[in-house]
Ligand binder design. Structure first.
Ligand code: ATP
Length: 300
């Protein structure tokens, strides 16, 4: 029986703009996603029995059908009538409910992996549509690169930044987690202001022109006010990152992880040491800039 090892990267949102609410209840967003060199490791092993088994090491995640990786496998089996089963092993390194897209990335890895192992031959667009049924960020992870993302996440326009990023990132997650649904609910009920999408467009243009200096200026997240409202203590993380030398500090996804952008290695190390003493998850990461590969048909 075949087996496949997969890397499921975490992402950060360099810009996240909320444009409005759609008739179906979802919010229309415009965002710039960047993949990291940090993520989960998955192994898929085909089984004779028609079961989907899950084994997780590391951060605790839901077992069984609530797990997005399991749901991805069940969805493919149901739609494409596979008789056999699969064992999914996850080394879960991405913290859960952090805004780093861990669940969506695992689901996308399972879709990609089983498409190969079960020899389904599902074209990229169809795989992305299946991914969207599982979660708004799943289509993005089927791409895995820098991308402008719109709609509720189903519009993925990959792009290739020029030059090299001069930044290292420090990811800082406080003890608590936030559910995306709660943050959007708070965003709506408190009437936080909406954006027109121009920030995301500007950042994409700047990075495509190799203007990395624009990143600290443009990095921002419309959900920050709502996330801070729900977890007031996270505002201190942002302040601490700035005090310790980050040229920008911003929330990723619906939080509560903050991303500190550092130019200098020394400042980054000092900040990492200082924050590690106080908070449970502090990790260095790098954004991965790589040429397009694989899912070329996702390119619009
Ligand atoms: P995003 O950045 O896409 O908003 P997130 O990083 O904040 O997502 P996740 O870690 O993906 O959030 O988890 C979101 C929810 O999904 C949690 O309630 C978690 O219990 C559930 N979940 C299901 N499967 C997984 C999985 N494989 N990994 C992580 N979370 C999972």
């Amino acid at each position: 029986m075949g087996a496949l090892h997969l890397f499921a990267p975490a992402k950060v949102n360099l810009v996240l703009e909320v444009l409005g609410q759609r008739p179906d209840g979802y919010h229309e967003i415009a965002s710039v996603f960047a993949p990291l060199d940090f993520g989960d490791f998955l192994t898929l092993t085909l089984l004779e029995e028609p079961v989907v088994r899950l084994h997780v090491r590391g951060h605790a995640v839901p077992a069984g059908k609530e797990n997005l990786a399991v749901r991805a496998a069940l969805l493919l089996r149901e739609r494409f009538g596979r008789r056999g089963g699969v064992r999914i092993d996850i080394e879960k390194r991405i913290p859960v409910g952090a805004g780093l897209g861990g669940g969506s990335s695992d689901a996308a890895a399972v879709l990609r992996g089983l498409n190969i192992l079960w020899e389904l031959g599902i074209p990229s667009e169809e795989l992305a549509a299946l991914g969207a049924e599982l979660g708004s960020d799943v289509p993005y992870f089927l791409w895995d690169g820098f991308a402008w993302v719109g709609g509720r996440g189903e519009r993925v326009e990959p792009f290739l930044p020029q030059g090299e990023s001069p930044y290292r990132l420090l990811l800082v997650k406080p003890r608590a987690s936030l559910a995306t649904k709660d943050v959007f609910l708070r965003f709506r009920s408190r009437g936080f202001s909406r954006s027109d999408g121009s920030r995301s467009r500007k950042l994409r243009e700047a990075l495509c022109a190799g203007d990395w200096e624009a990143l600290p200026e443009l990095a921002a997240n419309d959900l920050e006010g709502a996330a801070v409202d729900l977890l007031p203590e996270i505002a201190a993380v942002r302040e601490t990152l700035k005090e310790l030398g980050a040229c920008a500090a911003f929330l990723t996804g619906s939080g509560p992880t903050y991303v500190g952008l550092f130019r200098g290695g020394e400042e980054l190390s000092r900040a990492r040491e200082a924050l590690t003493r106080e908070l449970p998850f502090v990790r260095e990461a790098t954004m991965v800039v790589r040429p397009f590969a694989g899912n070329t048909s996702l390119r619009k």
